[in-house]
Design a protein around this ligand. Sequence first.
Ligand SMILES: Nc1ncnc2c1ncn2[C@@H]1O[C@H](COP(=O)(O)OP(=O)(O)O)[C@@H](O)[C@H]1O
Ligand SMILES: [Mg+2]
Length: 201
Amino acid sequence: MYPTKVERHLQRGAVTLAGHRAITRVGGHAVYVKGASPTPGDTSPKTSPQRERAAYLVSRMVGLDGLVPETVLSPGQTVSVQRFVRGKRPRFTLLHTPILELFDYIIANTDRHSDNWFVAERSKWGMWAIDNALSFRLGHKRAPPRYLVVPPSVAQQVGYLLTDNERIHRPLRPLLSLAERKALIKRLTHIWNRAHEQHLE
Ligand SMILES: Nc1ncnc2c1ncn2[C@@H]1O[C@H](COP(=O)(O)OP(=O)(O)O)[C@@H](O)[C@H]1O
Ligand SMILES: [Mg+2]
């Protein structure tokens, strides 16, 4: 997957992080820099920057580009660097938009509360999905949403990815475990089947 112009800009800048969150500027872009959250007593490897990056890549892979702001890893891979975006805090918190439901199912996100997405009229999907740190984890399985609306463009992309699983494994191998990638493929297969049911109805 080719890096976009903004990604190349973001990758160029050297970021240093004092705490574990910072807003700074890189290559003319305001960015949100985020390290792994320190969880008291948790000694497992800190992989949330990798999950932020994986969520961004997957948004592009499934044809939802423009939903997650460009996100790269710092050279040391310890922090994620995400383009800083503007939007409004959503007022409705229980009812997500169908696109966000679909995306969060795909990435198995367990943390989409109203601070973790913005309503942004001028963005491609009318919103930004930020804070994708708690995604792709195993043992946090959710049943697929009952009403899963799959736009034809997404169905087509998912179908393309599933014709050769390497299209999924290759970009995500440095970011997610094999088991996490296999679970993602399962969810994408489910999306593909649902899309076909919708088409036949
Ligand atoms: N890319 C971004 N653009 C603009 N604001 C952001 C961005 N990422 C995070 N923020 C703001 O910072 C807040 C905290 O960031 P978040 O990634 O949600 O961290 P936490 O893991 O602490 O919840 C968000 O609720 C949002 O208001
Ligand atoms: Mg958050």
